[in-house]
Design a protein around this ligand. Structure first.
Ligand SMILES: Cc1cc2nc3c(=O)[nH]c(=O)nc-3n(C[C@H](O)[C@H](O)[C@H](O)COP(=O)(O)O)c2cc1C
Length: 382
């Protein structure tokens, strides 16, 4: 299947499976434990019915939205996805360029393959940097300083990963610390020669932002062990103040799924929050992101901007989230499939598909502007 015959995100997903070894696709697609929360993210979105309106004069539609004071042509951002650079050579740069072309923010993960400086050198527009708060405060202070030096326009503090949720498929595949390389994995890798040439033979193969932190180490697995020992279970709201002192710019807190947490985030001065359960990869059994969005938006939208992620695979999904109170949506796996399939072009295709689906949905729902999408845009009873 060529990129030009791609019609939807699911087509990109199928193409991704043809390009990238199974073990990595499993890592990208899995949720934690029983995957109940992963499934709920999609199921609950699909249950929401959109109100069909006719003869509403919905021409000249405008999909632009203001996010953190910046006007952008779409109510979207690319969310942080660790190890994007294992999907395609320099995958983070590919995604950042696609976001730049679409005029939307890109979020670089702490756990990226390309470093902050690599990405900054490859794009002209500022991007967002996602921070995992780790025990090594010197390292965190350093990362914040690097993000400032790279002119990042927002810091996304991810707060729902104080310990790692287990993904069973990663255990079965040996995607653990240290990795267990199985014969089957070697066979899967060798069956994707373009990926081997692009990724395995590329120059960047470890965590770009962590390189040099542990002297004498260059291997992904040693970095993984260090990172795993660094997640800080003692983290509390006080620590956000520590970050604030070092980061005067826009601050986004990601991983909010509870109304009280949302209120606390607003109290500590978050400019925005991301209603998120980490794509069903952390607390298995947690509610879907979309089911928690309306009450969180009702509670804090007057004080902080509401961003949303979890299961967005279409423009209809974006419409649903906007109707329930989100200002913009972060894409996760939707654009990652594009990167797997065709790097920058694939990521751009993912954004473009979702944008045109959103546009058509607005026309058929009789809405001309993003700001006009609201609860009345949903069929009653949903
Ligand atoms: C493979 C993968 C890696 C991720 N890595 C990070 C990360 O490094 N930092 C972070 O804040 N969120 C990370 N996330 C969570 C995403 O930012 C986002 O919350 C999630 O993917 C949204 O769900 P969706 O993929 O179903 O749209 C990751 C998600 C996936 C699928």
């Amino acid at each position: 299947m060529a990129l030009k015959s791609i019609a939807c995100i699911d087509d990109l997903r199928r193409l991704a499976h043809r390009k990238v070894p199974r073990e990595f696709m499993d890592y990208y697609e899995s949720g934690s434990y029983s995957e109940a929360t992963l499934r709920a993210n999609r199921d609950d979105l699909e249950k929401i019915r959109i109100n069909q309106r006719i003869l509403a004069g919905a021409s000249d539609r405008d999909l632009s939205q203001t996010v953190l004071g910046q006007s952008q042509p779409l109510p979207l951002a690319l969310g942080p996805v660790g190890l994007t650079g294992m999907a395609y050579r320099d995958g983070e740069i590919a995604a950042a360029r696609a976001a730049q072309k679409a005029g939307i923010p890109y979020t670089l993960s702490t756990l990226s393959i390309c470093s902050i400086e690599d990405v900054a050198a490859a794009v002209q527009k500022p991007f967002w940097f996602q921070l995992y708060f780790m025990k090594d405060r010197g390292f965190i202070a350093d990362l914040i300083a690097r993000a400032r030096a790279a002119n990042c326009s927002a810091l996304v503090l991810t707060a729902d990963l104080q310990v790692l949720g287990q993904r069973h498929r990663d255990v079965h595949n040996g995607m653990t610390v240290p990795p267990r390389i199985r014969l089957q994995t070697i066979a899967h890798v060798l069956s994707k020669p373009a990926w081997v040439a692009g990724v395995l033979l590329g120059k960047r193969k470890s965590f770009g932002n962590v390189e040099g932190r542990i002297p004498g180490t260059e291997h992904l697995s040693s970095y993984m062990a260090w990172i795993n020992s660094q997640f800080d279970q003692a983290l509390s709201w006080k620590d956000v103040g520590w970050v604030r002192e070092r980061w005067p710019g826009k601050l986004i807190i990601k991983g909010i799924l509870d109304v009280e947490d949302a209120r606390e985030a607003a109290r500590v001065g978050a400019d925005a929050i991301v209603v998120s359960n980490h794509g069903g990869r952390q607390l298995d059994g947690a509610p879907s992101s979309i089911s928690m969005l309306p009450r969180i938006a009702d509670a804090v939208a007057a004080e902080t901007e509401i961003l949303f992620d979890g299961g967005i695979r279409s423009g209809q999904d974006v419409f649903r989230a906007l109707a329930l109170g989100a200002k913009a949506c972060l894409l996760g796996r939707a654009y990652l499939y594009g990167v797997c399939a065709a790097g920058e072009e694939g990521a751009y295709t993912a954004i473009d598909i979702i944008a045109s689906e959103l546009d058509v949905t607005m026309a058929l729902a009789g809405v001309r502007r993003i700001g006009d999408i609201g609860r009345s845009s949903l069929a009653s009873g949903t």
